[in-house]
Ligand binder design. Structure first.
Ligand code: GLA
Length: 394
């Protein structure tokens, strides 16, 4: 549905006319390299997508929020004086969580009617939840500033932090900052090189020549809330604690260089912890090398680093699965594939591949057929266009 159809739909649901409807949109993301490094204070390299969450909003004169989505039957109603009491509701807790955290941060939440429309496939590892949160944050921060007569532009880095906080404290998913940051700060035809420890970042042009970014959806839904994500975080914390005995000044695995790790890794005697930490340290180093390679136009090296990233996520971090490995293995059999890896938290979701423009059709046909034969699941493919971070659509 395009914006004009969405506005018509909004009027059908809530009445009135289109003149006072505001429209905000924030994208999903694909992470090109740097997986499971964000919550370790490391580097990531995601790009915002054109797939997004659009939210249409109209202010009300009372304290009621009404939420509806284009793919949901019901309207969810919330009272802005009780925003902390909707945790765990079937749908709407991500949005209400953002409103609650905004209000805690000093924003004035106003009553509103809302219609959500998502084009980021849910549960695909492309951050549909971040898209949802950031569009909500931007919408309500904008309305709050207006109500309070503040003329300033909404600070999108703050929106990323608020969205992350809502996901952690309200929705109960202990995520890092990558997804919300990419959804807030992305730029078309660029990827974001982000230091998750300091939030220093730069936008790097995605000059891939005749190569394309192809996202392959295994259609095996990943469950980010699952205990595995938190288990990995805890394993990393354990690893850090052990390494701190030799380097007490380090507060994140992301602060430890490969050389420092090589000197002290013998201290970690637990094989599993050693594998997890090895992934994080090496992945961080891969991000630095990949960004350098891209800046020099060396896409071949970028692709090789993507391949090593996947292999490490599969063997060291153990967050891949049969479907993701099958997709990657089949991709790598195609001659025009420069690199291929899982993207996002893992255990299902999508892979990202750099593919020669001339081989994209062959990729989709052959990988699609072989993947379905081996897994019994029909995959989806998206030849990716990158997009901008959250903004109001005027
Ligand atoms: C999810 C989380 C991110 C990040 C990735 C793994 O997408 O939301 O913060 O940890 O997994 O890189």
């Amino acid at each position: 549905m395009n914006i004009s159809q969405l506005k018509k739909e909004f009027v059908k649901i809530y009445g009135g006319d289109e003149s006072d409807i505001r429209v905000f949109a924030s994208p999903g993301r694909v992470n090109l390299i740097g997986e499971h490094t964000d919550y370790n204070g490391g580097y990531v390299f995601p790009a915002a997508l054109k797939m997004n969450t659009t939210v249409l909003a109209r202010k009300r004169d009372d304290d009621i929020i009404r939420l509806k989505a284009t793919d949901l039957e019901n309207i969810v109603e919330a009272d802005i004086k009780k925003l902390d009491s909707y945790k765990g509701i079937k749908w709407g807790d991500y949005q209400i969580g953002v409103m609650y955290i905004l209000s805690e941060a000093g924003y004035t939440i106003v009553g509103a009617d809302l219609l959500y429309h998502d084009t980021v496939p849910h549960g695909s590892g492309l951050s549909s939840s971040a898209a949802n949160e950031v569009s909500t944050a931007l919408c309500f921060a904008t309305l709050s500033n207006e109500k309070n007569g503040k003329n300033e532009k909404v600070d999108m880095i703050e929106m990323a932090k608020i969205s992350q906080k809502a996901e952690r404290e309200y929705a109960g998913v202990n995520c890092g900052i990558m997804d919300q940051f990419a959804s807030s700060m992305g730029k078309e035809n660029h990827a974001i090189f982000l230091d998750c420890k300091t939030l220093d970042f730069s936008l790097v042009p995605l000059d891939l020549g005749n190569k394309k970014i192809v996202i392959s959806n295994t259609n095996k839904k990943h469950a980010l809330g699952s205990s595995k994500y938190n288990e990995r975080r805890a394993e990393c914390e354990k690893g850090l604690e052990i390494l701190k005995s030799a380097m007490p000044e380090k507060n994140f695995l992301g602060e430890i260089s490969k050389e420092e790790f090589d000197t002290h890794k013998h201290l970690i005697t637990d094989e599993v912890i050693l594998k997890r930490v090895t992934h994080v340290i090496e992945e961080d180093d891969r991000v630095l090398r990949a960004v350098d390679a891209l800046k020099c136009g060396d896409i071949e090296t970028f692709g090789k680093l993507m391949n090593s990233s996947h292999d490490s996520l599969r063997d060291n971090y153990e967050v891949s699965c049969f479907e993701l490995d099958t997709m990657v293995d089949e991709a790598r059999k195609i001659k025009g594939v420069i690199g291929s890896r899982m993207t996002g938290a893992g255990f299902g979701g999508c892979t990202v591949s750099i593919v020669d423009g001339a081989s994209v059709d062959e990729y989709i046909e052959k990988v699609g057929k072989n993947y379905e034969e081996k897994t019994g699941i029909k995959p989806d493919f998206y030849v990716t266009e990158t997009g901008d971070g959250g903004k109001e659509i005027l």
